[in-house]
Design a protein around this ligand. Sequence first.
Ligand SMILES: [Zn+2]
Length: 89
Amino acid sequence: MKCPYCSSSISLFSKTMNPPKGESSKCPSCSKELKMTLARGKFAAALIPLMLVVSFVLPSNVLLKILGAGAAAAIAAFFALKAERIGET
Ligand SMILES: [Zn+2]
């Protein structure tokens, strides 16, 4: 993911991406506030093939399928997350 202000790449696991409650995320290099959003089109585009893979690869065990679907959704969200400037729509 890239910072919309300074274009430096930001790790999803960096501290600034997981701020205390009530505080907004900040870019680690320019310290400007960011809003995290999920790009829905990207999310769907990543999720559908992952779901197909999950349903083909995993054995017919309901619990494993649920876990696989959850993992697929998490991976899709990871790809679809983007940082936005605060105050812009
Ligand atoms: Zn920045």
